[in-house]
Design a protein around this ligand. Structure first.
Ligand code: KG4
Ligand code: ZN
Length: 338
């Protein structure tokens, strides 16, 4: 059997990414971050699409060079169809279509949320692949979902957020503390130096497997405002403890729902994905679940958790194997059926 070479392109939000795969192995995985958004405290769609326009050719060029692959060796182009920002998605899909047409090779459309889950099937030394069925917790700036994964493209959402995503909960809490965007990684950094029980926050009461984070955000806002009124240096003096307490509460909210999902489905394999699964508190809690709750936990390599094209490539490879191709009329979708 000849190896399959796939070029994958991801441009759904504010990262321009390209990867080259040889079957289920990653030959290169390039991401260009857009620092332009930091000064605005969030992603500015107009600026994101413009930056994708600037970055896409050099990023793809670098991915091919690092993989030591000539474009004529490619067997297919995979791209992110959605969900995401329309102006960002269009840059990746237009480029993918044109290149597939020029090279006369198949075009593969990938659902970004499927890809976060399928990242677990990348062949990587020291990382096991889950077996079907398993439970996936996808946690990012845009999503918070528990998914029952029965097959590569047979997935069912069994729980999700009713308001903010968990990444937003991190980023908005960070903003309240005066930290720059995206604040999630900074909360994580300071949390490692603080006491998680210093400031107890209450967990929201949400039925079933669904989540809610907007109440927690308001609770943190009032807590900070009240204390800063008493002591203007409250944040500076307690930064690590506040961050540790916020992170601890968020981790407990996620853990509670995962335990319930395991009880309801009888499935003990837990895989995490999405940008927030880079969080050290969450990674530790999921890992500890192996001993505490008899889980088998799957935690991807860091570079495959935040937005990347390697995950688009592995999803594309699975579609290639079943010849699930698109014609050039395929459209980007800001929202997409799971
Ligand atoms: O998956 P991702 O890269 O993009 C989306 O599709 O949203 O996730 C980005 C989110 C941001 O909210 C960011 O603050 C959060 O992931 N994040 C973290 C950490 N690293 C990234 N949140 C908490 N702790 C981290 N270490
Ligand atoms: Zn993502």
């Amino acid at each position: 059997n000849l190896p399959i070479f796939i070029l994958a392109i991801e441009s759904s939000c504010d990262d321009t990414a390209a990867a080259v795969l040889k079957n289920d192995k990653i030959l290169s995985n390039i991401v260009a971050n857009q620092s332009i958004h930091n000064e605005y405290g969030g992603v500015v769609p107009e600026l994101a699409s413009r930056a994708h326009q600037q970055n896409i050719v050099p990023v793809i060029d670098m991915a091919l060079r690092k993989a030591n692959i000539n474009k004529d060796q490619l067997d297919a182009i995979a791209f992110t169809q959605g969900p995401g920002l329309m102006g960002s998605l269009l840059v990746g899909s237009s480029f993918a279509k044109s290149l597939a047409l020029a090279l006369d090779i198949p075009l593969i459309a990938v659902n970004h949320m499927h890809a976060h889950i399928l990242a677990h099937f990348i062949d990587e030394e020291g990382f096991d692949k889950p077996e079907f069925p398993f439970l996936a917790l996808t946690i990012s700036g845009g999503h918070t979902q528990i998914i029952q994964v029965n097959g590569f493209f047979d997935m069912k959402i069994i729980g999700e957020t009713t308001d903010d995503a968990v990444g937003e909960a991190f980023d908005k809490s960070a903003k309240i503390l005066g930290l720059p965007y995206p604040g999630g990684p900074l909360i994580d950094k300071y949390a490692q130096l603080g006491n998680p029980k210093a400031f107890p926050f209450t967990k929201p009461k949400v039925p079933g497997l669904d989540f809610s984070f907007s109440g927690l955000k308001t609770q943190i806002l009032y807590f900070v405002q009240k204390n800063v009124a008493l002591n203007p240096d409250f944040i500076a003096e307690n930064r690590n403890d506040i961050c540790a307490s916020i992170q601890y509460t968020i981790v407990q909210i996620l853990l509670d729902k995962l335990k319930l999902a395991v009880a309801q489905t009888g499935i003990h394999q837990i895989a995490i994905g999405g940008g927030v699964s880079a969080n050290t508190g969450i990674r530790q809690a999921i890992k500890d679940g192996e001993k505490k709750y008899n889980w088998k936990s799957f935690i991807p390599k860091f570079e495959y958790t935040t937005d990347n094209a390697a995950m688009i490539g592995i999803a594309g490879y699975q579609k290639f194997l079943v010849h699930n191709f698109e014609n050039a009329a395929v459209v980007s979708k800001a929202r997409i059926e799971f």
